[in-house]
Design a protein around this ligand. Structure first.
Ligand code: FMN
Length: 191
């Protein structure tokens, strides 16, 4: 079976990011359906329309990697009860220049982890709204992962069996949605 190309985008540029650790674990967990690729955003400049005249190499690379993916999985922390600025800026680069939106028509799923009690719920709500507005097909459901030390081990394995099973079902759902979206339309027989 051909696997879908899954772009993993982490909403944190922190070296020890717990969301990057979770994203790496998700890449591994979804290996049955997906060929995962971590799409970095930490080398992108903050979005500035002046730079569109000669796109920086990092932006060109980022947009090409997004365009090559069948589905994008966003794994993000919450900053000040919303989307981290570094992620919002990357999303804006993906929509530009005008007429060159790299996100259009791709499936998107959103998750994230934090040590906080509501574990990224507000950031995820804001992010889902933005992704719908820029033309992505956003998977329903919710995946708020409460982070405890050791949740993801050094081999990128989710150590808690119930969290692992939950995330496996989440990835299965994303694969099913992506399959529907990428299915070939059979032409109608002529009357
Ligand atoms: C600027 C800033 C704002 C934050 N705001 C929130 C918040 O609104 N809600 C929350 O649960 N955690 C918040 N946190 C805590 C982050 O969830 C925590 O730092 C987490 O480890 C970030 O994920 P990362 O390790 O992937 O960068 C904030 C952290 C920073 C640096």
């Amino acid at each position: 079976m051909t696997k879908f190309k899954l772009g993993l985008i982490v909403g944190s540029n922190r070296r020890q990011s717990i969301n990057r650790a979770l994203a790496q674990a998700l890449g591994q967990l979804g290996a049955e359906h997906f060929e995962p690729k971590l799409i970095r955003i930490d080398d992108l400049p903050i979005y500035n329309q002046d730079l569109e005249a000669a796109l920086p190499a990092s932006v060109t690379r980022f947009k090409a990697e997004v365009e090559a993916a069948d589905a994008i999985l966003f794994v993000t922390p919450e900053h000040s009860r919303s989307i981290p600025a570094v992620l919002k800026s990357a999303i804006d680069w993906g929509t530009r220049p005008w007429g060159k939106n790299s996100w259009t028509g791709k499936t998107a799923a959103v998750t994230g982890t934090s040590q906080g009690a509501v574990a990224t719920a507000v950031a995820q709500q804001h992010l889902r709204a933005v992704l719908g507005d820029i033309g992505m097909v956003v998977m329903g459901g919710e995946a708020y992962i409460s982070f405890k030390p050791g949740l993801v081990d050094e081999r990128h394995v989710v150590t808690d069996a119930s969290v692992r099973a939950f995330l496996q079902a989440f990835l299965d759902q994303l694969a099913a949605l992506t399959a529907k979206l990428t299915a070939k339309v059979v032409p109608r027989a002529a009357a």
